[in-house]
Design a protein around this ligand. Structure first.
Ligand SMILES: Nc1ncnc2c1ncn2[C@@H]1O[C@H](COP(=O)(O)OP(=O)(O)OP(=O)(O)O)[C@@H](O)[C@H]1O
Ligand SMILES: [Mg+2]
Length: 289
């Protein structure tokens, strides 16, 4: 399961919540964060759970490793004669980092037990921001087409068929209930369909503010008099209410425009999400999915 979305919208939170749910049902889960530095580790530190493991894939490092490995291989070395050309080529090759990253993720997601290991029932990938998420999903197919023969092409093809098999790979996107993010989410779903013939399994709208008042409440608040302090409190409450109304309108718009089911998660009013908040969000998510 690949969890994608713009920066800071709650991908890591949703990935952790999903992992927690599956682990609660007795599944062996690996949470894989694709990023340069690890934050999932610290989030998992707040929700240790049996059957839940976290790993991190650093795309740049994965590519460097791959390059070193490839340069040792005789075929490539004999073609390029150990010149700097290969390094130069791969640095310029679009999507190579993504391909190698997907390869790493794919290795992890091989759900059979590996030598000495337990194997996993589910791999949840905390993908980079949407554009990159699409690039990651697309890279194997691009390379399978470019390098039709040879080990790289075969490898890419195997990853591509894994990625595009809905029985093996799912895609979930996370967005905030605002106009631009809603547009981008719809665009992502369409691009995924158009370019890879893949569908989004679910869209999570995160951090939705609650609409606390009904029409009658609002009318009463608008007409309520009072001192300066009371007026300020009423104004603040009404402004929050209007914001929540706007957010709910965006959710409705998304539901109309998207093909995938749209589920919402509430905004938690805490400066930092602790274990109990994550637990609560995970229960909410499980109920709504
Ligand atoms: N429903 C929520 N209510 C309140 N705070 C939230 C909620 N979801 C996430 N947050 C907080 O928002 C911040 C960003 O969340 P998170 O790290 O999950 O986003 P992200 O999409 O993974 O970000 P990045 O793109 O930087 O990796 C975190 O501090 C997180 O605790
Ligand atoms: Mg994150």
């Amino acid at each position: 399961m690949l969890v994608t979305g713009k920066g800071g919208v709650g991908k890591t939170t949703v990935a952790a919540a999903l992992g927690l749910n599956a682990a609660r049902r007795g599944k062996r889960v690996v949470l894989c964060e694709v990023a340069e530095q690890t934050r999932l580790g610290s989030m998992l530190g707040r929700l240790p759970h049996e059957g839940l493991e976290a790993v991190s894939v650093d795309p740049e490092r994965a590519k460097q490793e791959w390059l070193r490995y490839q340069l040792k291989s005789r075929t490539v070395a004999s073609v390029l004669g150990g010149s700097g050309l290969f390094q130069y080529l791969t640095a310029a090759a679009p999507g190579l980092t993504e391909l190698v990253t997907m390869g790493k993720v794919w290795d992890l997601a091989q759900l059979e037990p590996r030598a000495g290991g337990q194997g996993y029932d589910l791999a949840i990938v905390d993908a980079p921001a949407t554009g990159h998420g699409l690039a990651m999903l697309r890279a194997p197919s691009t390379y399978a087409n470019i390098a039709r023969v040879g080990p790289v092409g075969r490898h890419a093809e195997r990853i591509d068929s894994f990625v595009r098999d809905p029985a093996q790979t799912g895609v979930m996107t996370v967005a905030l209930p605002e106009e631009m993010p809603v547009n981008e989410t719809v665009e992502f779903e369409r691009a995924l369909q158009r370019e890879l013939d893949m569908t989004v399994d679910a869209i999570v709208v995160n951090a939705l503010h609650p609409a606390r008042f009904n029409k009658e409440d609002v009318r009463r608040l608008e007409n309520a008099g009072g001192g300066k302090v009371a007026q300020a409190a009423i104004d603040a409450a009404l402004s929050e209410h209007r914001r929540a109304r706007g957010e709910h309108a965006q959710v409705r718009r998304l539901r109309r425009a998207a093909s995938a089911p749209v589920v919402t998660l509430p905004r938690v009013f805490e400066p930092e999400l602790g274990r109990e908040h994550l637990e609560r969000l995970s229960v909410e998510l499980e109920r709504r999915l």
